[in-house]
Write a protein of this length. Structure first.
Length: 349
């Protein structure tokens, strides 16, 4: 489990809780420790001492952390977080441990928030008993939200579809799944089917980054992995609308679902190019740039242009950038529009 980029808070209200918190901290160095108690005595031990009541402090940090681990009784935690809970798609992962660390409980946001995964992780660190109660996990099955999380996927009508499919899995109903591509996902509980079977089935969950699936089945629940990256080269001061319209045409011709785009990129001298910044906002994805030195290390693999070299310092932009964004997995070579060039890479998930 990769937790380096996650924000983790560990809260406790007793000395025994503090000792367990420090033990976890030694194994998860990025965690923040909070001793929350009125009139608590501060010590120089790396703990943040909060001289307030738990119910006053927790609302302030509830939305600031990916994981909040409470070392105290479940009842206290439930009463504290009850007014703050919104839904499984936005609440942080909440875990509860007894003061001795005998049991680690996944209390809230088990799938989407990652509480189940973190529960197993900490239980392994402490040799504790993991307590997980989500129906799919208890029945040794995967879930649609866990697949979506693994793929960082877009699902149309996400909330309602996740609840429906997970309920079907928990009740041992048949859930058909067609995987259009090579994805490392947990498919326990799903009925895996082939493309030529899809049109003869009822509802089918389809994992694909294609816009047009060329299927006649009208009962398809589409899961779109965000694994496409776009390398872009362009002339200075390209019109914003031309950039968007050109990309839309490119995606249409290449049969790429716009929701599958994870990131766009270009050379660093284009970092302030309005059309690229606007495109990033329009797509709601990061815009990453690379130096000429970084691009020069891979540009020899692709077609060269002396004109591009004279203007930006490298022989090619779109293809090397797509290469760098995808760790070398270029899938579509450069396509030129009026002053714009696109290339596509795919991230392996």
């Amino acid at each position: 489990m990769n937790i380096e980029d996650k924000k983790i808070a560990i809260l406790f209200i007793t000395k025994n809780g503090k000792e367990l918190g420090l033990k976890i901290k030694r194994k998860i160095s990025t965690a923040y420790l909070y001793y929350v108690k009125k009139d608590v005595v501060k010590e120089a031990d790396g703990v943040i001492y909060v001289n307030r009541k738990l119910k006053e402090f927790v609302p302030e940090i509830f939305g600031e952390y990916d994981y909040i681990i409470f070392i105290m009784a479940c009842g206290i935690v439930v009463r504290t977080i009850a007014p703050l809970i919104e839904n499984k798609f936005s609440d942080p992962a909440i875990l509860v441990s007894d003061e001795k660390g005998k049991n680690i409980i996944s209390l809230l946001s088990g799938h989407m928030g990652g509480a189940n995964e973190m529960t197993l992780y900490i239980s392994n660190l402490l040799n504790s008993n993991p307590v997980i109660t989500t129906a799919t996990d208890v029945n040794d099955k995967s879930s649609l939200d866990m697949i979506a999380k693994k793929l960082n996927a877009h699902i149309y009508d996400f909330r309602n579809k996740v609840l429906k499919i997970n309920s079907m899995l928990a009740n041992d109903d048949v859930v058909n799944l067609f995987i259009d591509g090579d994805y490392d996902i947990d498919t326990r509980g799903f009925n895996i089917c082939k493309r030529d079977e899809v049109n003869n089935l009822g509802e089918v969950v389809v994992i694909s980054n294609k816009k047009n699936l060329n299927l006649i089945n009208n009962n398809i629940l589409k899961v779109v992995p965000k694994n496409i990256v776009i390398g872009i080269g362009c002339r200075k001061n390209i019109d914003k609308e031309d950039m968007i319209n050109s990309l839309s045409d490119f995606l249409h011709k290449q049969n790429i679902d716009i929701n599958s785009i994870k990131e766009i990129g270009s050379i660093d001298i284009k970092k302030n190019e309005d059309a690229l910044i606007n495109l990033s906002i329009y797509l709601n994805v990061p815009f990453k740039t690379f130096t000429a030195e970084e691009i020069s290390k891979v540009e020899y693999l692709y077609e060269k242009s002396d004109w591009v070299k004279q203007n930006v310092g490298v022989h090619s932009v779109a293809e090397p950038v797509a290469h760098l964004l995808s760790d070398g997995n270029l899938i579509i070579k450069k396509h030129k529009y009026n002053g714009i060039t696109f290339s596509v890479g795919r991230i392996n998930i």
